[in-house]
Design a protein around this ligand. Sequence first.
Ligand SMILES: *Cc1c(COP(=O)(O)O)cnc(C)c1O
Ligand code: SF4
Length: 296
Amino acid sequence: MLDAERLADFPLRVPRGFAERMRKGDPDDPLFLQVWPRGAEALAVEGFGLDAVGDMAKLKPGGIVHKYQHRVLVMTTGACGVHCRYCFRRHFPYSEALAARDHWREALAQIAADTSITEVILSGGDPLSLSDDKLGEFIDGLDRIAHVRRLRLHTRQIVVLPERVDDGLVERLADTRLDTVIVLHANHANELDAKVADACARLRQIGVTLLNQAVLLRRVNDRVDALKALSERLFECGVLPYYLHLLDRVDGAAHFEVDEDTARGLMRELASELPGYLMPRLARETAGDAAKQVLA
Ligand SMILES: *Cc1c(COP(=O)(O)O)cnc(C)c1O
Ligand code: SF4
């Protein structure tokens, strides 16, 4: 049975273009499995909770999470173009964190006041669900803070809604003095169609560095052939694999989990199939460490 309240908190959401990349009528399609709500989400599973990575405890005014040295993550918006059923942010209290109208200004003030910060990561939600104006305003602010050198965007939007990479966005990103890195989020090669490849090409033309983070998900990409195809397709799109995350143990996502031993085994096999530069780092997010924990 689906827990109605849980579903209401995080309803089905998938852009048409992404749905069109699914194999019709196949309940095992790896894209479909990522977005379709299932009864298993209502199960309470030991070890799974509401704030698996301790972000809520770390959240500062302005929507800032400063967990690691020299880089700070800014929660820009609660909105996403797609609702991924495994997402650790599904329980995040965005409305509280981002309620303040001037949270942007507050974030910029905090970054300006801390000269140890050299990289600002816009996350969310999805920072590309903001308008170009809103995003541009924030980037302008960062441009004016001398100690900030790099701008990073963590976004799934380019994969699920490649038309988001339009003239306005490209112009805006070409404009900044900051070195810009975009970390995409694709979990399966089938997500990366010709439109996504075109969007990536436009970003590369203006000198943006493109990386990808994926989550290791049961039935979606927990096979060597799927992971290999993902890395190779990413490279065709001009994107290097960065992280392969073990699932964050968040309520409602237990049915996606791949255990650590299986994950390490997959990585060993994958390493025998791919050049080193196409190997993602197997990582786990833990509360309280100085960096993400890299397992392989
Ligand atoms: C993942 C993450 C980062 C970035 O870590 P990198 O290892 O530099 O990719 C920064 N801040 C927070 C809170 C994160 O979760
Ligand atoms: S796009 Fe990212 S933040 Fe949004 S639901 Fe999917 S995984 Fe979560």
